[in-house]
Design a protein around this ligand. Structure first.
Ligand code: IMP
Length: 436
C-alpha cells in the first residue's frame, strides 16, 4: 500500500488528530516529522478525550510503530509528562516508540529566550506558544543545537550546553536585560530525564529504510498547517519548521518518492491562533458562535482561536504546495446554525482580482476577500455517517467546494467522535480506509 502524508491545509487545528486516528488501522508505522509540543492533536474515542502534543496520534493504537523524526524538536520533560499522562489513561508507550537521535532538544533556555524575544517585539510579536520551539530551530540552523543522541554522551551534552549558555547569557543581558541561569542548572534539569528517554533513541532513517524494504505502510503525520510553514506560510507569522508534505522527507529521513499520496485536512471554515493576517475573519457575533460551538481554543495554550470564513484561495495554494489527492473536510456540523454561509472565492488587491495567494505579507494584509454566499442547511447534521443523508444544501456546499478546488472530499467530519464521520468511496482514499 502507498505511504500517505496527512497535512493541515490552513493555519493548524484542522482536526489532523482525528483523521490520523481514523487512518492508522491501515498503516504499520506513523511518523511525526516536524514541530514539537506546540501541536495539540485531539482524539475523541467514546467518552474519552486524548490530547497529544509530541507523540504521533497512532500511539493510541497498540500495535503501531510510532516515530518522532529528526525534523521534530523534543523537550524531554514534556515528552515524559505526556508519556506519563497517557500511561495513566491505560495507553501503552514503550518499545513501540522511537525518537530520532538527530531530533533537536528543547532546553529550558529556549523558552526563556523566546519570552524575551516576544516581549521585545512588542506589537509585532508572533504570538507563539512560548514553548521554545522557534529558538530551538534557531540553534539547529545556527549549528549549535543539542541533539537527542548527544544526551547519551554526558561530556558532549554538558559541553554543548555550557557553550550555548555562554552565548545566551550575553544575549539575554544585552537584549532582554535579564540573566541566564548557570549552565549546570540547565544540564541538571535535562540530565534528570536521560535514563527514561534513552531507550527510545533510534537511528530513524535506518529503521524506516528497513520498514520500507519489508513493505510496511507508513503514514506521515503533519503538525500545524501549510500557512504556518516556515517557507510557504504567512511569514513571519509562522512556526519554525516545514509543515508542508515536502518537509516529511527531510523531517523523517526518507527519500521523497517514499511519500506517494497526500491528504489535506481543512475545516469548513478557518481558524487562526496567534498573530498575523487573517483575511476572512468573521463578523464578531458569528465568530463568537463558531468558537463556542467548535470549542475553538488552542489545545496547547487554551488561547481563543480567531474564526474566519472558508478561504478558497488559501486552500488552492495549499493544494498546489502539497499535491493533495483528497481533502478531509472537518467540523462541517459547526456551521449548521447558519442560514447562509460566506465563502471566500478570491482576493482583490487595489481593486484588481488576484489569481494567486500572495507571497508577500504586506500584500496579503492589503488584500480584500471576494465572497460568495452559499445557502446553509440550517439543521443539525451531528454524527451523520452517510453523504446521501446530509441535507441537500450541505451536499451542494461540498460539491461546490470540490468543483472550486478540483479535488474530491474523501472524508467529511460531522462531530468530534471517531464514529461521526462520512468516508466516501471513489474520492481518493479507497486504498487507505474502508469507504462506502
Ligand atoms: P510557535 O510554533 O510556538 O513558534 O508559534 C508560531 C505560530 O504558530 C503562532 O501563531 C502559534 O499560535 C502557531 N502555532 C504553533 N503550533 C500551532 C498548532 O498546533 N496549531 C495552531 N497554531 C499553532
Amino acid at each position: 500500500m502507498p505511504n500517505l502524508c496527512v497535512v493541515g491545509a490552513q493555519w493548524g487545528d484542522e482536526g489532523k488528530g482525528k483523521v490520523v486516528d481514523l487512518l492508522t488501522p491501515r498503516f504499520d508505522v506513523v511518523v511525526r516529522y516536524q514541530g514539537g509540543h506546540n501541536a495539540g492533536h485531539t482524539v475523541h474515542i467514546g467518552e474519552r478525550k486524548f490530547v497529544l502534543h509530541l507523540l504521533p496520534s497512532a500511539v493510541l493504537h497498540e500495535d503501531k510503530v510510532c516515530v518522532i523524526g529528526n525534523g521534530v524538536v523534543v523537550d524531554p520533560r514534556s515528552l515524559l509528562n505526556e508519556i506519563d499522562e497517557l500511561r495513566a489513561m491505560g495507553v501503552r508507550v514503550g518499545s513501540n516508540l522511537h525518537i530520532s537521535s538527530a531530533a533537536h532538544v528543547i532546553l529550558p533556555y529556549h523558552a526563556e529566550w523566546e519570552a524575551g524575544s516576544e516581549q521585545r517585539r512588542g506589537e509585532r510579536k508572533i504570538g507563539t506558544t512560548c514553548r521554545g520551539i522557534g529558538p530551538c530551530y534557531e540553534d539547529k540552523s545556527g549549528r549549535r543545537g543539542v541533539r537527542i543522541g548527544d544526551l547519551l554522551h554526558p561530556q558532549t551534552f554538558r559541553r554543548l550546553v555550557e557553550e550555548n549558555v555562554e552565548e545566551k547569557a550575553t544575549l539575554f543581558r544585552s537584549l532582554y536585560g535579564r540573566e541566564a541561569r548557570p549552565a549546570s542548572e540547565y544540564v541538571e534539569e535535562i540530565a534528570a530525564c536521560i535514563d527514561r528517554v534513552a531507550p527510545f533513541i533510534t537511528n530513524v532513517p535506518a529503521l524506516l529504510a528497513r520498514k520500507l524494504r519489508e513493505g510496511a505502510a507508513i503514514l506521515f503525520e503533519g503538525a500545524q498547517g501549510t500557512l504556518l510553514d516556515i517557507d510557504h506560510g504567512t511569514y513571519p507569522y509562522v512556526t519554525s519548521s516545514s509543515s508542508v508534505a515536502g518537509g516529511a522527507a527531510t523531517g523523517a529521513g526518507v527519500p521523497p518518492h517514499a511519500i506517494q499520496a497526500v491528504l489535506g485536512v481543512a475545516k469548513a471554515y478557518c481558524t487562526r491562533v496567534g498573530q498575523g493576517p487573517f483575511p476572512t475573519a468573521m463578523e464578531e457575533a458569528v465568530d463568537e458562535e463558531v468558537r463556542r460551538r467548535g470549542c475553538e481554543y488552542g489545545a496547547s495554550t487554551g488561547r481563543p482561536r480567531r474564526c474566519g470564513w472558508l478561504d478558497l484561495p488559501a486552500l488552492r495554494y495549499a493544494a498546489i504546495l502539497n499535491g493533495f489527492q483528497s481533502i478531509a473536510l472537518m467540523k462541517l456540523d459547526n456551521l449548521s446554525f447558519l442560514e447562509e454561509i460566506k465563502v471566500c472565492t478570491g482576493y482583490r488587491y487595489k481593486g484588481t482580482a488576484m489569481e494567486e495567494f500572495p507571497s508577500e505579507l504586506w500584500r496579503l494584509e492589503q488584500c480584500e476577500p471576494v465572497y460568495e454566499t452559499w445557502k446553509g442547511w440550517g439543521k443539525p447534521i451531528d454524527g451523520c455517517t452517510c453523504f446521501d443523508e446530509l441535507p441537500l444544501e450541505a451536499r451542494v456546499f461540498i460539491t461546490r467546494l470540490e468543483d472550486n478546488l478540483l479535488l474530491p472530499c474523501g472524508i467529511i467530519s460531522t462531530g468530534s467522535d471517531r464514529s461521526a464521520t462520512i468516508i466516501r468511496k471513489g474520492k481518493g482514499l479507497d486504498q487507505f480506509v474502508r469507504t462506502r
